[in-house]
Design a protein around this ligand. Structure first.
Ligand code: ADP
Ligand code: ADP
Length: 227
């Protein structure tokens, strides 16, 4: 079934139009990549889905329900999480405290601890650094922590904006392996990725952006033959 549907989405920053009628679908259980040049509108699409920006026209349906214009805090409760952009973490808090903050919707501390345990299972590097201040982690580890915090809401749909940006090849591979693992556990993923090869290594399908529009939809095999 279809999990997420964008129809004729228009988004502007003030007077500057960033999206001019984007249409796309995400099916339950997929990893979908948004690819295309810098400034094409990929991040804007994620921000609009997560409720950080309001579209000027068009609609967003999640599980068949309208979430168009819904504020970000309510979008999280629908089961959608976006990892904070630019690997934002609270540098003066420990790894554990950062994750616990992401569990603000939890009803009990026991529930928070349980979810932190799931994140540690996914990111053993974070577990090893449990009590360390987030500001002392490497860039890649901070990126993992930011994503781990998004996972604390146990999303069905995870939005990732260039999760491998600035990572060493080895950390980037760990990041993509993480995406495969959470997807194998049933989490649907929309991934912004500039590098087509990286996108292909995890996504089953991709939408190609050009200047605020989707100009093509491709499956991974098609992209491999004719990138
Ligand atoms: P991508 O993620 O594909 O690189 P973006 O969604 O970041 O593209 O940007 C789409 C367009 O919106 C670009 O023209 C960009 O300059 C503009 N834009 C992005 N963020 C802002 C912002 N905060 N304020 C004004 N314009 C922005
Ligand atoms: P792996 O695939 O790394 O071997 P497991 O399948 O052994 O991981 O999962 C270990 C535990 O973590 C299981 O109880 C599993 O249900 C739980 N788990 C793993 N990922 C998630 C997730 N994204 N959401 C909730 N629970 C998860």
């Amino acid at each position: 079934g279809i999990l997420l549907e964008l129809r004729d989405l228009h988004v502007s920053y003030g007077k500057t139009a960033a999206l001019h009628g984007v249409n796309l679908n995400v099916r339950v259980g997929e990893v979908v990549a948004l690819i295309g040049a810098n400034g094409a509108g990929k991040s804007t699409t994620l921000r609009t889905i997560s409720g950080l920006l309001k579209p000027t026209r068009g609609e967003i349906r999640y599980q068949g329900r309208q979430i168009t214009g819904m504020p970000a805090d309510r979008v999280v409760r629908q089961g959608i999480a976006q990892s904070p952009e630019e690997r934002h973490v609270w540098p003066a808090m420990t790894v554990y405290e950062n994750l616990a903050m992401g569990g603000y919707l939890c009803k009990s501390n026991a529930e928070i601890d349980k979810r932190v345990g799931v994140v540690y299972h996914r990111f053993p590097r974070l577990k090893e650094r449990h009590r360390q201040l987030a500001g002392t982690l490497s860039g890649g580890e901070q990126q993992m922590l930011a994503i781990g915090r998004a996972l604390m809401s146990e999303p069905e749909l995870l939005l990732l904006d260039e999760p491998s940006l600035g990572l060493s090849p080895r950390m980037a591979e760990e990041m993509f392996e993480f995406v495969r693992e959470i997807n194998a556990h049933g989490v649907t993923v929309v991934l912004v990725e500039q590098n087509v090869h990286n996108a292909l290594s995890v996504a089953q399908r991709a939408y190609v952006y050009e200047t605020g529009r989707v100009v093509a939809e491709r499956d991974a095999a098609g992209l491999l033959q004719d990138p």
